[in-house]
Design a protein. Sequence first.
Length: 348
Amino acid sequence: MKGLTKQRLFWPVVALLVLLLGDLIASPSFFKIELRDGHLYGNLVDILKNGAPLILIAIGMTLVIATRGIDLSVGAVVAISGALACLWVSDNPDGVGTTLIAFGLALGLSLLLGVWNGWLVAALGIQPIIATLILMVAGRGIAQLITDGQIITVNSHSFEWIGSGFLLTLPGAILIALAVFVLASVLVRRSALGLLVEAVGGNPEASRLAGLRSARLTWLVYVFCALCAGIAGLMISANVHSADGNHAGLFIELDAILAVVVGGTQLTGGRFSLGGSVIGALLIQTLTTTVYALGIPPEAIMLFKALVVLAVCLLQSPAFRRKFRRRHGAHPVTPAPTTAPEKVEVTA
């Protein structure tokens, strides 16, 4: 059991299970899943569907943090991506072609924004928190310029599918998030890419001296993170059938960082866990769903979320667990004083 508690994913999984168990006790129908019109509905399905954008951003944020970086601009990228896609759909006839062009434009711009962040960090050497803070502030202005300060509403069935559509009885958002997770896992765990990311994050100078192109790799993870944020922006705007440049993706960067930290990835870089970040994202989304399902005032969501995340982080801390065991465990036994051995005289 002691070895199990040392596993990286143990405490996040325990916290998620305890939270779900509390939901089941408070509301016995919380786990109820219904099949209506060939689609699955229920609280668990809602947690997965509504948590899909956060899962996507947490996956990209994990690789950025693994290189000792941070990306505060993902919320702005979410707003820009949704704004551009909704603007194109609203100005053109409804159809699959219009939707595909909107997706292409939104994701293309997201990639350019990732290139911008990567250039500031990898090429110019600006600290990641400052480099991405620039786009975090300016990005909201760009989204407002795209929408002309208005909320753009859309009514396109093909566009809405990415946020609220279904495929094989499951919401499309879940399948897209799963596909991105599987692709990222294969790339970083079935090739040398993951080892290179951990090497750059663990010791950038040693990696550079060893011949690794750390700048190019750092650039790449910021581009990938922005791409994930762009897809998440399409999901969020399609789910609410509108684009709000001011509020779309607001504070989602903080939730993504929390999900990564709860999942066991340290902000100091190096080793990372994509699976842990997904569990962290599901934990945060479950908290939000629990607050609404149990009738807790929405104003308490942030406080409730902070308390649960703090508890999980404390349980993950080896120093905290040692102090807790020392305080509540058995007191160490003071060894009895030893006496020097008697001298034995040997006579010839």
